[in-house]
Ligand binder design. Structure first.
Ligand SMILES: Cc1ncc(COP(=O)(O)O)c(C=O)c1O
Ligand SMILES: [Zn+2]
Length: 435
């Protein structure tokens, strides 16, 4: 078959080297062709996952090498589900490949010599890890030849959908729950999306959006396109391991809401091993959740199944009480080893300040949850001083700064030498007590 006719769906054109084969249910084994529009298993209702021909992926990666690959989310296209090169070229060209930073100053505070931050607060175009997953969903939308997309969001999916749909030339409809940072909804509107806030929490909004997507036939990035969306999160694992010179870290510390990122980092690590790029079996996955919404962390720490919760936390982007991928996360942590932490909201705000003051990175409460969790895991001896730890900073604090606790500051100081000199003395006294 020629390159021009090989892919089964979407606009005709050059095919990528994607080695995706089928949609598969990990629970009951149901399989269907990847052109199928199903996103849930018709037999058991579980979410569908995407399967690959790993032998072919291994051979293709070996044949093409790593030198001429793009530095974006499409770098390991063999292990991603998009088959239309045109769809792939339309979005995500600047997503992914965020900095991997040796956090020496923060590490010194926490007693960790080899602490790294994967800084997705700088992700493109919308400053969160969601650019990876939504990049995949919007490419799929383009591949399907559609030009309308909806989403339900705790905050960041919405801004990613607004930005990436704009670039793809698609109309974006964003549905937010009642309790979220308004700045994110405002950003969506500035990006040209239609935005609606629903009178319910995320889990209620999610159920309603599912009904709406089925009734309207409109694709929803994180509902009907979910099998494709989720695959984007694997790029986090690929980039971290390559960034560490193909040495997988001892630990990931990953914030979890629905559980897509943490479960797909697990899948991505497994795939790196299957295609012969790195040995990843020794890497543990640790989960960060806010104490006010910690269904996944509780199942990990106490054993047993996930019990849905009603969220009550300032970490709005992590406030999912019934996490769809939660069981996959629990399974990943039990398989690989790892643990979980559940900091309180005051601990999360304190961690945001600590990260800012030591590494110069302003994160949102999801990132504060991760850093507070690293501190707790280190204090509990779950992470050793010499071990290599990668903590994922998944969102940017500029998007949520209006919601951060107020800090007193001198406003309207007289604009003269005397008043400013006195102020400077005050600054120096404060700086000396903080240091
Ligand atoms: C900033 C940020 N970090 C982490 C997550 C967790 O994502 P997941 O649903 O993949 O667990 C989210 C989800 O909304 C998020 O917005
Ligand atoms: Zn099934």
């Amino acid at each position: 078959m020629s390159d021009d006719t090989q892919h089964l769906e979407g606009p005709i054109g050059r095919r990528t080297r994607s080695c995706a084969t089928e949609l598969v249910c990990r629970d009951c084994g149901y399989r269907t062709a990847s052109l199928d529009s199903a996103f849930k298993c018709p037999a058991c209702g579980d979410g569908l996952d995407i399967d690959y021909d790993y032998e072919r992926a291994k051979a293709t990666i070996a044949e093409h090498g790593l030198d001429d690959r793009p530095w974006n989310i499409w770098r390991f296209e063999e292990l991603l589900p998009i088959t239309s090169a045109a769809a792939q070229a339309r979005v995500g060209q600047f997503a992914g490949q965020t900095p991997l930073i040796h956090a020496d100053r923060l590490g010194a505070e926490l007693g960790l010599k080899n602490l790294y931050l994967k800084d997705d607060s700088t992700n493109r175009p919308s400053l969160s890890y969601k650019d990876r997953v939504v990049g995949m969903a919007i490419a799929r939308l383009v591949e399907l030849g559609k030009d309308e997309v909806g989403c339900v969001s705790t905050g960041n999916v919405g801004t990613a959908v607004a930005a990436l749909a704009a670039k793809a030339g698609a109309s974006a409809y964003v549905f937010y729950p009642g309790n979220m940072e308004k700045g994110k909804a405002k950003a969506c509107r500035a990006l040209g999306a239609q935005v609606c806030q629903l009178a319910g929490n995320y889990d209620q909004a999610n159920r309603a959006c599912r009904e709406l997507s089925l009734a309207s036939g409109i694709e929803f990035a994180n509902i009907t396109l979910r099998p494709f969306y989720a695959e984007g999160a694997k790029t986090m694992a690929f980039e971290v391991v390559e960034g560490l010179g193909w040495r997988s870290p001892d630990h990931f510390v990953i914030p979890a809401a629905g559980g897509t990122l943490s479960s797909r980092v697990h899948k991505g690590l497994n795939e790196l091993e299957m295609v012969g790029l790195a040995e990843t079996a020794g890497t543990k996955i640790n989960i960060a959740q806010a104490g006010g919404c910690d269904p996944i962390a509780t199942a990990i720490l106490e054993g047993g199944e996930i019990e849905p919760q009603t969220p009550d936390t300032a970490a709005h982007s992590l406030a999912i009480g019934a996490p769809g991928d939660g069981p996959l996360v629990v399974d990943a942590v039990r398989t690989r080893g790892g643990s979980a932490a559940t900091p309180t909201d005051p601990e999360i705000w304190e961690a945001i300040d600590l990260l800012g003051a030591t590494e110069g990175i302003l994160t949102e409460p999801a990132g504060g949850t991760t850093i507070a969790s690293v501190a707790q895991l280190a204090a509990r001896g779950k992470i050793g001083a010499e071990e290599t730890v990668v903590a994922i900073i998944s969102g940017n604090g500029l998007k949520t700064i209006q919601d951060h606790p107020e800090k007193d500051w001198p406003e309207m100081v007289a604009c003269n030498l005397e008043a400013m000199g006195a102020q400077l003395d005050g600054f120096r006294r404060t700086a000396a007590t903080v240091a």
